[in-house]
Design a protein around this ligand. Structure first.
Ligand code: PMP
Length: 289
């Protein structure tokens, strides 16, 4: 099989040749932003939403992306096209670029743009996921707002290590107030008495694009969705829980800290939303034609 082609600053390189400078501030300081995007059967899901979030993240960290949104969309579609992919997971990275060893971003004259189109299966495919409540708290919105999808993921990685050590699938992170924020790479939902509840934008979360899809699908089914803070007690006593994310899609969460949620298996609302998500997956931007 031919090597994957990776886009770097307007050129394509084979997987093994795709390299950036060790002086890139994305590497030296985690100074940059990224997106994870999926394509299904040649259609990119929520491409505009991902591009908008990328540019919003960049704006907040004063990072100029050297492409228009239209050019960026085209570059993503081209990268998928060149790799002849239909089902794809696309990683878009924009770093502060090449600088010196100091952290001053003024030394970085131009952002580095990377697009990697490959494939990873849904994170919790075929699994009824289990989680712990991590002791690592989510970044405070006043420190590094989780709304910015930055390359600084050490906070999440530490929580993921906690999950790995506890031999569960995911870690639920609390915010600085001690209410539920999000998973390490996904948003958290619970179902109680037929209503869906998920933490709001102010609870130190990334505004997940799959979160938005799940809310819309639920509302189409006339299921009430409430955005408000959730406590750990509420997760444990929920009837159902699920996670949403581009990599995770919609995944049932059946156990937290060893305690079964509801009946300890995917509940009817979760199953309904997973089914509906499968139906709309191909409603995206076409790569081919
Ligand atoms: N929270 C975090 C911390 C994430 O990394 C992700 C994955 N991008 C999400 C939530 C889910 O966001 P989305 O549905 O846009 O992929």
């Amino acid at each position: 099989m031919a090597e994957l082609l990776v886009y770097i600053d307007g050129k394509y390189y084979s997987h093994s040749e795709a390299k950036i400078s060790v002086f890139d501030h994305g590497l030296l300081y985690g100074d940059g932003v990224f997106e994870g995007i999926r394509a299904y059967d040649g259609y990119v899901l929520k491409l505009n939403e991902h591009i908008n979030r990328l540019y919003a993240s960049a704006k907040t960290i004063f990072l100029d992306i050297p492409l228009t949104k239209k050019e960026f969309r085209e570059a993503i579609l081209q990268t998928i096209f060149k790799n002849k992919l239909k089902d794809a997971y696309i990683r878009v990275v924009v770093t502060r670029g090449y600088g010196d060893l100091g952290l001053d971003p003024r030394k970085c004259l131009k952002a580095t743009v990377i697009i990697i189109a490959g494939y990873i299966p849904p994170l919790y495919e075929g699994i009824n996921a289990t989680a712990i409540i991590a002791t690592t708290r989510r970044n405070a919105v006043t420190a590094l707002n989780p709304m910015i999808k930055s390359l600084n993921y050490l906070n999440n990685i530490l929580a993921k290590i906690e999950a790995n050590r506890a031999k569960v699938d995911e870690a639920i992170m609390l915010n600085q107030n001690g209410t539920v924020s999000e998973g390490t790479g996904d948003n958290i939902f619970i179902v109680k008495d037929g209503k869906i509840i998920t933490p709001p934008s102010t609870a130190a979360i990334l505004m997940g694009i799959t979160r938005g899809i799940a809310i819309k699908l639920a509302q189409e089914e006339r299921i009430e969705v409430i955005e408000r803070e959730i406590t750990v007690h509420e997760i444990i006593c929920a009837d159902e829980a699920f996670m949403t994310g581009t990599a995770a899609e919609i995944a049932p969460l059946v156990k937290v800290d060893g305690i079964e949620i509801g009946e300890g298996k995917p509940g009817p609302i979760t199953i309904k939303l997973i089914g509906k998500f499968k139906e709309i997956r191909k409603n995206g931007t076409p790569v081919y034609g």
